[in-house]
Design a protein around this ligand. Sequence first.
Ligand code: BTN
Length: 289
Amino acid sequence: MDLLKLESLTGDGVISRLLYREEVTSTNDMIMEIARQGYPEKALALCEIQTAGRGRKGRHWESPAGSGIWMSLLLHPQRKDLLLSSITLLAALAITRSINEELLEMGFADSSQTLRNNTDTKTSSSSILNAQIKWPNDVIVGSKKVCGILTEMISDGTNNNIIVGIGINVNQTAFPEELLEKGISLAMATGRQWNRESLVVRVIKHLVLLEDEFENVGDLSPFLEEYNSLLISKDKEVVLTADNIDFPDNPYTARGITKTGALIVEDKMGKSHDISFGEVSVRGLLGYV
Ligand code: BTN
């Protein structure tokens, strides 16, 4: 990673501190260390390789050297309600925006497409690609996951410390067999190498701005239109699953998110239900998306 290229983040005051190590267990652990010491400002931890990268639900996150973006941002939001779920959704939005901006610059998307509702997206040209969101927080390119987000919180009573861990598969040219069905890298999706530093800078700038606006407003209402336009399952049938709940009405139709980040699904009778973050898994009728 070329750290000089990341200096605009501290230079422009987007974050106050940048931490970098070649190899760590997890960048979430790395940033948690300074959060525990009471570091009061925004900070970003990055590494080249994670030896114990963590995914959601206790899963392992494959983090090979030199090819991905493995980073964690420390934020201190003041409002205590809905922090984890809202900030995770905002991170997905920031990453999707950033990838779409880069795709546009590379000539893979047109500007109308980056904000267009997925339902009427016709990919008649093979050179058209865009990033979308699988609620709540996976970023998808070409029907496969390119990015995952693991948000964690430590609160010491006075400070809220939110750690937004972001893993983006950028320049891998191959994947372990068991991940191939669901995962892809940006390089594999586009056939080009990506500049990791430029993507890091975009993502962090977008996320910090989105979080500021979220703090001012107090909910996700300013972002609903954009999030919903990027939602891969919008107006499509989805299957709901959870460990201890049966969903006899499957499949439902996804309609968008609420200002608190719940997914609105409609049953066959046209009745709406709000699905809260973390309770239920949502997948497409034919598989992962
Ligand atoms: C998921 O989709 O399950 C979430 C994956 C999150 C991975 C990132 S990589 C940087 C940060 N450090 C970790 O150990 N996990 C997150």
